[in-house]
Unconditional design. Structure first.
Lengths: 149, 149, 149, 149, 149, 149, 149, 149, 149, 149, 149, 149
């Protein structure tokens, strides 16, 4: 690893381990592994290196964010279901001070009412929602951009 | 295990490990072990086999449901406190595609206002609430019935 | 009629006379008569005897419940549309003191918002919702169980 | 009947036929017949004559009020459960133009939230709530007073 | 009756039997009989035949709609007070499958807040509100049009 | 004063000193002095003795109620504007333990929305609303009745 | 133009220029021009003359209504999206004093929640909703009727 | 213009003509002209051609979208203030059938409550919010991606 | 005092005795005495005479307004905290019949949500808010204008 | 024009062109031209010069405010109907940085509920409401005062 | 009094003069005098001196706080009923600038819904709730701590 | 360990491991280790012994509380983010029957709206909020006091 490399933590929230088989009409047909490959390729192109975690446990996500300070320069997070219920993840992001980007595969504003409120967004730099895998890729660009400027 | 056996996953949510000693006026005097014995007897009678898990961790419950596809033909779940707060468990049930039955020992509609809304029910086949241990037993019947028809 | 027989009042609320032809995708294809036959068979097996009434009139249902004390040991009721609007039926159940079980053919928690609140449930022993005809049968079991214990 | 007599219609709403046995802690121990006797005595003392009806049917109560114009000079009504749900009874009172007094045995403002709103009160002369049988007797006085002034 | 005749069921809800004398400033001066004569004349002109019922009983209206299938090709209904409180009538219309038109004499949107929500409208073809007797006549046209196209 | 006399505290809340001139269409044409005379006559007839206070100060009303225990056997209170805003008066009534009757000259349920909620009613024996001066007189009867039974 | 002619202003709100191609399942297959032809024919038959405007601009609609006084005897308006958001159009109708009829092609009460509230309806004579082109034609009849009576 | 070029309509909503001088802490220091230059460069690189409009008039934006069908393959829109109030723009997007991407300079979820609801988002492909000028550039990528796949 | 003089009651609500030292960023640096001097000068110029009271006691303010009829031709009131909580002051203004003008030093619509609702404004002639001491001076002009016209 | 002159932009919102004929009971009998004459006289007296615009178009008002910076030292605006619906005008005022004063002819707090919330007030210096034409004149004073201090 | 002494104002709100006899199950059996003795002992131990006031009058409490600046270094206040209704006390605390500690005998979060919101807490240093007399003693420690650090 | 020692379980919720570096303006500059040292010293002084756990995992906290019965005589818990979202922790406290004290470093009532509701408080003995580390120390005193009395 070169010193000048941008290090980014990518967090996949609950149930995303099922991607590809889970409601493909809503979430697309690509597996999480395929998405991760794409993201690593994108990162490589811009001299960034990704650490990628997936967890169904709110506490593990809070743990990971709590250790991000100093280790990563930005976070790309798809909080999935925890978007709508986790004050703990919100507090972790606010507490760690590392800029975070929230991404969603589906357009959460076109779904059930309870999915239209994000507890996480107010403490993030911004949010990308609705473009499938492209949401992650755009979010990654935004993260790298945030680090570089 | 015979091939033709119906395999059902039974999930007990948070604090149910305390059954028998926890507010017996609300939740009854039987321990969780006693309830599980009863359920296994019921299952045996109809040629079904149960895997039973109890967890206080939302993430572990999401993990278990995430692995249910292919392994179980139905789920009987008492989400307990997570009934009212867990979008992650809801999404897990919807994502895994295995028919689920929600059960409650107490009549949640006769209790505090916040206990009267279930985030889980809309993605289940149905709900049984208020009959103590019998709620589980009726839920198990409904699960077996769902598999057989 | 033998003295030791359990006598149970089964009440079908408004529009249930149309079962079989009414939105079969939601309510199933069996006619009310067929359901009643099934219930009587189930009852016979456990030594219970059913009186079954169907009415579109809130007042008639209130009348029937008001006379249940002493005549029946339990009530199984599908209040249908009155689930969401009838304080009178709620008060009748509370007033008569006979244990009541609420049942629903469809999963009311997966339907329109106004169907997700039951005025009746808080005064019942419990509720079974979403299993089609099986909801009645499980409700009948719960009623008999309530009488016997 | 003398011409100068004040004729008053007294309406008892749903479940009041059960008075005396129905939750005596809330509604008192007197039967409806006993209450009616008391009211007729009170009326006789002031030269008023009562017609008393009890019904569990919203439609019958609407029918009765619809015929009150010209036949009665005032109405004393305990709408019971229909207090909180019946626009039809409200409209009937407003339409018939006969002054109406709303009475309640229990203090509805000390009970469940949904019992604290009356659809009927806004179209009545006034309301008496919480004094048991005395609520009716005070309501009757108010009705006679309304006729005489 | 000729076979080709369009048969339409006209339902007048609670308190409409008082039309002409009931708050004429709001509901107009014509009696229900006069309105019915007008409607029959309109129907005759277009080869339609009307069956007209008025009831103050929610249950009777539900009964009538429940028998409409096969007997009538359309329903014109002024649910009056039940517009705002009856899920049972809503379900009856949805269950019977006969196209229904909702009409109101007064402009319900210029009145009390609770009159501005119709439980019935979402299951009707459309709604005509505010034109006095003309609301019925336009509703009848819409019903005949719905049958013919 | 004879020992056996029933002693009742009558409290008139804010702005009632203006009665007779204040919006007579809403509150009637009688002055507070006239009302008090009437009430004293009524009381005298039944062997009760009244202490009457009027205050525009929430604190003075709380003071008066706080001293009621032992000194009075019942309270008749028209809290006027404080009906809708004073938790302090509510707490005073609950704390002093003397049975209280709430009265209102106007029908508060036919007025502005904010006047339709009483913070006081839930801790009173009952409420009389809408009959002008008669509300006080009926309230006084209820108070005496509460003491005697 | 003959003096005795009834002059009516017909206003089509935003996006109605797209009729025929815009979501035909919701709004029908007829173009706006075709609808206008039908309306002119209907008008001609009853001796009325129409001025028809379509605009996507709230301000232009307000301008047009502001000039209606004296120039037109009635207005038929489909405010489309502005139904739910424009106080300015509401005020214009109220200010100009010309009787207005609100019409909608689709049944707005069977659609998204935000479409179920009309800011315009309370200041109109009445509303016709849900009959496709027929809504306009019935609205036109109502307008002519309002002028003639 | 070559036939194969992707044609994209970029719409800037109200007050965006003031960019650069308007609250630079919230909206950044770049003028709208500078942003447009950047976007045209990005577009040129991927063989897309932009038509860019800015308007403070809801009606003009509705007009522009109404003509987009056939002329453009995608829309990138920053509805600014109209995000929260315009059903007309929402309907225009839904009616024209051209895929639209919603972008915001600031993170609307970290601002006033009324800015946290978008009427537009539910009918767009997705939304990018909070990255300043980068929001537009990512939105443009998403638009081009939507056209190509 | 000359007969023709306009007599105006100026009321300062709770905590205004602290002006000058209380949060000067919100309420300005002038003491209440200084404000009163300014107001008396303004009044003198137009032949009006002021009686000025400050009180932290809701009851005293109600008392003062209750005596205003006949003694003053207008009231200028800054109800301060009681703006948001006092039905008693509202009723006093409505009861006394003297035209009242509500003034606020700060712009209450730019502050906490609970400060944005005034119980007093609906019964006043008008309201001036946000201009510091000038709010009082404009309010005084409005009061004098109201008296003279 | 002298350099030292205070230049003020006066904006009349939708439907105000109808003043004098529009509901004179609510809005007064003076025409807009008469109001403007009065305002110009007031301005002349204090060495201010007014530019006055009236528009029914939200976009035109946004345009006008967008150009105010540098051209005017203060804005007096009666947003009329747009008070309650226009985030665009709010943003324009906030963006242009010119101090703005909101005025209303009628007391908006004594009218319909939806008129009691102003989207504009939080970004203005202050608000004057309820004094008819005097509201404008006081608002003008406040504007000149804001410029001079 | 020594100069270095910490002077603390202790305020007991409405109805607390009844302590010991008032609902002892909720508020404990100690009289206010006994509590005050305990507090003075605690204060003496840490070199603090208490001035203690009890009042049922919101205005008196506002008066007392208004004079606290310079006289006291901290305030310990149990606002009792005024916790939930008094903006005036809130403003007084904010205006006087003396650090305040809110205490409650009972756990207000385990009681009626309206007792679960404190208007006072947001302007205090902190809150202690639910420990009976100990709440005061802990609050006193916190006050002394606040002064010393 | 001596038998008579009071054993207390101290639970630190999510993100509290970051104390000292996390938003020191809100949460103070002391590390969690430093706080724990202070608490152990306080405990030692009163003969109590502490077991201290910190976890970001809701499930681990539920586990810990579930084992508290018999092992500890009291619990001091700062649920942090889970205060506002965890029914599971609430149920654990209620189920285990060990008295619990809720503490917060910051004054949660002076922060975002969603932080002002505690799901935990209603099942605790009491709550201490807003005093930084002192909140814990006061909470510990309250816990020891609860055990001793």
């Amino acid at each position: 690893m070169r010193k000048s490399e941008v290090k980014i933590l990518v967090i996949h929230g609950p149930n995303l381990q099922l991607l590809g088989t889970r409601q493909p009409g809503v979430y697309g047909k690509q597996s999480l592994a395929a998405i991760n490959r794409l993201l690593r390729q994108d990162a490589a192109r811009t001299g960034a290196r990704l650490t990628i975690v997936q967890s169904n446990h709110e506490g593990e996500i809070v743990d990971a964010i709590g250790k991000a300070k100093g280790a990563y320069q930005a976070i790309v997070i798809n909080p999935a279901a925890y978007t709508h219920t986790s004050v703990a993840i919100r507090d972790a992001i606010e507490a760690c001070g590392v800029p975070a980007i929230e991404v969603h595969l589906s357009n959460i504003y076109a779904r059930e009412k309870f999915r239209q409120t994000s507890l996480i967004a107010p403490v993030c730099h911004g949010q990308v929602s609705g473009f499938g895998v492209l949401s992650y890729r755009l979010g990654l660009q935004a993260a790298i951009h945030a680090v570089k400027t």
